[in-house]
Design a protein around this ligand. Structure first.
Ligand SMILES: [Fe+2]
Ligand SMILES: [Fe+2]
Length: 173
């Protein structure tokens, strides 16, 4: 019998029980190097941040919620089980991304986007590509200007995760 241990993602804070680490955080998609043995996890919580970083985090939060809703709707309408599985996980990851930003900001926002959903999976993945590109470009831009190391850490990790989402969308469309 294998012994399972607690792991924790340094980017999203989610916990994971397993005999070994994973190559990606199952919750937010961050590279497995961010999955630490729980004892080594650093809890950042709410971050004191510059006015610009606050604005950037609020904008990021809107992007993440928009993408979360986009993928939730794509999941409902997916043409097959493969695309459904992908959209379902991407929706959960974007939701996780939004939650982390809310923790960093110490606030939630009232934002109810209504993204357009194309009527077939090929076009849904093409649209997903646009959503991800927009997020990647934004994260790359703001990661350079954030003075707070934790904010930079999260923005950089996001740029990588959203790039993987975009590559996935390109493979399946
Ligand atoms: Fe995201
Ligand atoms: Fe994404």
């Amino acid at each position: 019998m294998v012994t399972i241990k607690p792991w924790r993602c340094q980017i999203c804070g989610e916990t994971y029980l397993g005999s070994k680490s994973s190559d990606r955080c199952p919750f937010c998609g961050a590279d497995g190097e961010n999955l630490k043995s729980a004892a080594h996890y650093i809890e950042y919580g709410e971050i004191e941040m510059s006015e610009q970083s606050r604005k950037d985090c609020l904008h990021a939060l809107e992007l993440e919620i928009d993408n979360q809703v986009f993928y939730q709707k794509c999941t409902e309408q997916a043409d097959n089980q493969i695309s459904k599985a992908i959209f379902k996980r991407l929706g959960k990851q974007e939701g996780e991304h939004a939650e982390v930003l809310e923790v960093m900001l110490g606030e939630e926002i009232d934002f109810n986007p209504d993204p357009t959903i194309p009527d077939n999976d090929f076009d849904r993945f093409a649209k997903s590509n646009e959503h991800e590109k927009r997020a990647i470009n934004f994260y790359l831009e703001v990661a350079r200007r954030a003075p707070e190391s934790r904010v930079r850490q999260v923005f950089r990790a996001r740029a990588d995760i959203e790039t993987e989402h975009m590559n996935l969308a390109n493979i399946y469309k």
